[in-house]
Design a protein around this ligand. Structure first.
Ligand SMILES: Nc1ncnc2c1ncn2[C@@H]1O[C@H](COP(=O)(O)OP(=O)(O)O)[C@@H](O)[C@H]1O
Ligand SMILES: [Mg+2]
Length: 263
């Protein structure tokens, strides 16, 4: 990707079913204590606008690594990452910053909200960083907080919110810039089951309403079932759970247990 303008959000027309994220033969090897740890091995993945792709697999199977690489937060050892058709495999930091500002939203297991700022100020922050005027940022942020059904909490500080409310504010912050790609790493992993279901359902609704492309890592099969498609990490590759791949998935004992939830 040499032309910055290709990643200028203004050129992006929102529509469902558009190929947004493409990973091609992505490998990631960590060197630890002199040992090579091949976490991703020729990983391929296509994800489209308007869908949630769930990425499941046991702890340590490479879900977060894949999300970090898709989010251009970590560099792949080899292979390519395309976002909205643009090769993002080796961008300069300034272009990468633009991609983060205009194309991506992130939600993590821990909400990373800034404790000294109110919920509203937290949600306004990405807009201000992207150069939006304060008054306008406040209007947009309030609208998104309203969408998350938390208007009556916008002047609360994070510590004054429940875990579920904090995570809903974190989601509001992730989508306030109207991203194209939403990367969510165990977004409800710290919540009790009932709250987790509720927050997850809000995420599902937002992805649909806003035509986002969402890649969501979870180790919870019952949440993954609500996604449009499910991939299981198998020996460093995300493998889609579908009839074509059943034989392959069943050959691995751990995966065999996991896919029982989906077939
Ligand atoms: N920065 C790093 N340096 C060395 N090893 C790492 C690093 N990040 C992750 N790993 C290793 O990569 C593997 C996959 O980790 P991760 O992607 O976090 O898995 P998951 O999210 O599925 O639990 C683990 O064995 C982990 O220890
Ligand atoms: Mg992880």
């Amino acid at each position: 990707m040499n032309n910055k303008n290709n990643l200028n959000k203004k050129n992006y027309k929102k529509q469902s079913g558009k190929l947004i994220l493409q990973l091609k033969n992505v490998c990631k090897t960590f060197i630890q204590g002199g040992n090579k740890l091949e976490v991703l091995k020729n990983a391929n993945l296509d994800a489209y606008s308007g869908e949630i792709v769930a990425l499941i697999g046991p702890s340590g199977s490479g879900k977060s690594t894949l999300l970090h690489i898709a989010g251009l937060l970590d560099k792949q050892s080899s292979g390519n990452i395309f976002i909205d058709g643009n090769d993002c495999s080796a961008l300069s930091d300034s272009v990468k910053d633009n991609v983060h500002k205009y194309y991506m939203g992130f939600v993590y297991q821990t909400n990373n909200l800034m404790n000294d700022f109110t919920a509203l100020e937290n949600v306004m922050m990405p807009l201000l960083i992207a150069g939006e005027k304060k008054k306008n940022a406040s209007v947009i942020a309030k609208d998104v907080i309203n969408m998350m059904k938390l208007s009556n909490r916008e002047n609360h500080f994070p510590m004054q919110l429940s875990g579920g409310q904090q995570q809903r504010i974190a989601i509001a912050r992730a989508i306030v810039n109207d991203p194209v790609l939403l990367l969510a790493d165990e977004p409800t992993g710290n919540l009790d089951p009932a709250t987790s279901d509720e927050v997850f359902q809000q995420l599902v609704d937002i992805v649909k309403n806003k035509n986002l492309c969402c890649i969501l890592a979870t180790h919870n099969p019952s949440l993954a079932k609500k996604a449009n498609r499910v991939f299981i990490m198998l020996r460093g590759c995300p493998v889609e759970v579908n009839n074509d791949n059943l034989k392959l998935l069943k050959a691995d004992p751990e995966t065999k247990e996991l896919i029982k939830h989906f077939i």
